[in-house]
Design a protein around this ligand. Structure first.
Ligand code: SF4
Length: 115
């Protein structure tokens, strides 16, 4: 194999692995808004994870009660709990047991079904 052919082969193999092609970049840029919209559509409930306004003990209590922003069991979501203080379907509510924002889709170990 002569040097010119070897150099072309080496250049081609480097181009395949070193960086994405312009076509790949443009395709990814075109798909990004669609992927972002799909992600938002798949998310259910508001994000109620901001505990920056809470004190250390309030955060600890929240953690010790096992609060999660999305209940593992949808039949035990906060919106179905008698201790939930609703504000709206897409807003964070509250809870009589703990401070801070509570998602209607959230949950904890103290779930008490509405009667
Ligand atoms: S007690 Fe638990 S399940 Fe019930 S509203 Fe509060 S955080 Fe949600």
């Amino acid at each position: 194999m002569n040097n010119r052919v070897r150099n072309e082969n080496e250049s081609a193999s480097r181009a395949d692995t070193s960086s994405p092609s312009r076509r790949d970049v443009l395709l990814r840029l075109a798909l990004f808004p669609a992927a972002a919209a799909f992600g938002l559509a798949c998310k259910s409930g508001p994000d109620c994870t901001d505990t920056s306004a809470l004190t250390g003990p309030e955060i600890t209590q929240r953690q010790s009660l096992g609060y999660v922003d999305k209940a593992a069991d949808a039949t035990k979501a906060c919106k179905l709990c008698s201790l939930y203080q609703a504000k709206g379907p897409e807003e964070c509510g509250g809870c009589t047991l703990m401070k801070g924002p509570i998602s209607p889709e959230g949950g904890c170990t103290s779930f008490a079904p509405k009667t």
